[in-house]
Design a protein around this ligand. Structure first.
Ligand code: NAI
Ligand code: GUE
Length: 308
């Protein structure tokens, strides 16, 4: 088949090496605490990968398996512990709005996943720095950030253009609109200049910065389009449907499309590379690399805070 498969491990490699050498040469001692309060198979697997990658780079990772009833108190203990630089809670815990509440119990100073309100708000509003001097970058959610790194790696980001506009002219479909991946991803890509079709089980929304990317941040419009209509127009199609039976028909895709799957299940058909120029079957390894990158950033901010 003509298309090329690019593995997440290949994309993650330079980041992992960079993390490792930065930790070693600067004698950094970052510590990440992960809270596992569920028995979700995907969360357990993800916890295993977190441990494995942290061992590779030199990040101290401590998995704390706690009951959901004491999770909130345990997060507060970690918030106050100066030896802990980053906190990660494996979701779903309660599987409802209480999970959103817990995301905001984690201190922004230790929120490696960028799921608290401050970081979410800044991301949706295209506010990229925490301070007026533009020295501290905001934390971006790990999986959406990983997918951006994938798009940079495969050349969807046009480096000839100015930073912040590098997706101008690209049409991208994201099939998933969850609060942790699909919706933030659509917003980030649109903020970088893309026209994004966001597909979920109910409808298709368009995220964009308007004609000539004149708007400072994206806006969202309702459409009466169907998934089939938007997929055939897209240069990039990103899938995250959490069902094993879901297969996006290859015949709907544009010839030469870039196909990226972040679901645990393979959302593209076996023959995807007949149409796709580039196929990225999963992004998990890049996600864990971004998690650690966010951790080092927070570590740095915490050190800076102690010096002043
Ligand atoms: N780092 C990584 O690689 C990560 C991977 N995941 C994986 O991604 C998948 C999705 O996770 P979440 O977003 O948390 O799930 P979720 O269940 O919160 O959201 C699923 C989304 O897919 C949409 N959807 C479901 N069926 C659809 C269909 N037939 N057509 C169009 N849209 C449909 C839903 O409307 C919803 O927006 C899971 O397999 C999860 O394990 C999640 C987080 C990180
Ligand atoms: N706070 C929080 N953040 C998460 O990011 C989070 C979570 N909770 N709870 C559980 C889900 C699940 N999750 C996955 C990560 C990678 C793959 C993935 O891509 N796995 C690859 C293997 C890895 C690879 O090769 O890249 C695969 O199955 O083929 C899937 C699922 C993250 N999650």
């Amino acid at each position: 088949m003509p298309g090329k498969t690019i593995l997440a491990s290949t994309i993650a490699k330079p980041f992992v090496e960079q993390l490792k050498s930065s930790i070693e040469s600067n004698h950094l001692t970052p510590k990440l605490v992960g809270f596992l309060a569920n028995t979700d198979a995907a969360a357990e697997k993800y916890a295993e990968w977190t441990a494995k990658t942290c061992a590779e780079t030199g990040v101290t990772f401590e998995l704390r398996q706690v009951d959901k009833t004491v999770l909130e108190d345990e997060i507060i203990v970690a918030n106050q512990d100066p030896k802990v630089h980053g906190i990660l809670v494996y979701y779903p815990v309660f599987g409802d709005r209480q999970d959103q509440y817990l995301q905001n119990v984690v201190s922004p100073k230790k929120d490696v996943e960028g799921l608290c309100h401050l970081y979410c708000y800044n991301m949706y509003h295209n506010i990229r720095f925490l301070d007026d001097q533009l020295t501290q970058k905001c934390i971006i959610p790990c999986t959406p950030l990983a997918i951006i790194k994938v798009l940079e790696h495969v050349g969807v980001y046009n480096r000839v253009l100015a930073y912040g506009n590098r997706l101008h002219g690209r049409t991208i479909t994201v099939i998933n609109r969850s609060e942790v991946v699909g919706r933030p991803l659509a917003a980030l890509l649109a903020n970088d200049g893309a026209k994004v079709y966001s597909v979920d089980i109910h409808n298709v929304l368009e995220f964009h910065r308007g004609e000539g990317i004149k708007l400072k941040k994206h806006e969202v419009c309702e459409t009466s389009l169907a998934m089939e209509d938007v997929v055939s127009r897209s240069d990039v199609v990103i899938t995250g449907v959490p069902t094993p039976s879901y297969k996006l028909p290859t015949k709907l895709l544009k010839d030469g499309v870039i196909a990226i799957n972040f679901s645990t299940f393979k959302n593209f058909e076996e023959d995807i590379k007949e149409r796709a120029s580039i196929y990225v079957p999963s992004v998990g390894k890049v996600t864990v690399a971004m998690l650690q990158r966010n951790l080092l950033r927070l570590y740095d901010y915490l050190q800076q805070g102690q010096q002043t």
